[in-house]
Design a protein around this ligand. Structure first.
Ligand code: ADP
Length: 267
């Protein structure tokens, strides 16, 4: 076995000299080194994305506060407008920091979940209580079709509610006025299904595999005006994974989107 300095993906590479155990070991070490390089690249990309996300609201906050502090805005109504913008940018910044913190904790298993027998109907009704006014205000029709059979899962009620709220928020953000959002639950033999369907913008096929990634947004400029940072689905997926469940999506651009959650059923 020899070692060489390579100009490839990593600085060094072990060259297997045969099919013996040592050669196999060197192949494993090369593979590990490639993996380390891959994760380093992913981490750097993520840090670059976060810096960008943080820089945008901070730039606005700095700009608006400078203008106000230097007393160059004469009209009272303009001052108010700047203060409102300042406020909304700080809210966006706060939400981004909160979401990043939450996702990091979820991924490290640092959050304790309170698993107990949980009614799916209760989770959905609580989420609807919080969301239905803001959905209806936008002129969107909202319908809920519960399964005729009561559904229970072993889950953390608050966390599951957070997922449903996130899906409803997204459905509202990406559905135009006069559109519709439909939430339905179904009983299967050993699992229950929750579906959140909207008649909104839909998601292009090429973006579908990526929407679960941290900070991924289909239309960055549009999402920025709607206040999303692209963390909601990453958080939701993590929560459903921690319930040993599955979350999936089907969508047609221009026609709408369905998010589907599958969780093991208990009696
Ligand atoms: P965001 O906070 O930007 O909404 P998410 O992680 O919740 O972040 O979603 C990631 C991206 O997936 C969104 O930016 C949007 O482009 C797309 N998306 C999510 N839900 C929907 C939906 N119901 N309809 C259309 N696009 C959606």
């Amino acid at each position: 076995m020899t070692q060489r300095i390579s100009e490839g993906k990593h600085d060094w590479e072990l060259i297997p000299s045969g099919t013996d155990e040592i050669a196999q070991l060197s192949r494993s070490i090369n593979q590990m080194s490639e993996n380390i390089q891959y994760y380093k690249h992913q981490r750097n990309q993520f840090l670059a994305d976060i810096s960008h996300e943080l820089r945008t609201p901070l730039t606005y906050i700095k700009g608006y506060s400078e203008v106000l502090a230097n007393d160059v805005v004469a009209k009272e109504e303009d001052k108010k407008r700047y203060l409102t913008l300042l406020y909304s940018q700080s809210i966006q910044l706060q939400r981004l920091v909160q979401d990043l913190f939450e996702l990091a904790n979820l991924e490290q298993g640092a959050f304790s979940f309170e698993f107990k027998r949980t009614s799916i109907e209760k989770v959905i009704l609580n989420a609807l209580d919080l969301m239905s006014d803001s959905i209806k205000e936008t002129g969107i029709d909202l319908k809920y079709d519960p399964s005729p059979v009561s559904l229970y899962v072993m889950g953390d009620e608050r966390r599951l509610q957070q997922v449903i709220i996130n899906l409803l928020e997204n459905a509202r953000k990406y559905t135009p006025e006069k559109g519709a959002i439909h939430i339905a639950t179904f009983a299967r033999e050993d699992c229950c299904i929750i579906e959140v369907t909207d008649t909104g913008s839909g998601i292009p096929e090429k973006d579908l595999p990526h929407i679960w990634e941290r900070l991924y947004r289909v239309d960055k400029s549009r999402s920025r005006t709607t206040g999303g940072a692209g963390l909601g689905l990453a958080i939701s997926k993590e929560i459903i994974n921690l319930h040993q469940g599955e979350i999936s999506v089907t969508s047609r651009e221009g026609a709408g989107t369905t998010f589907r959650i599958k969780l093991a059923k208990i009696t």
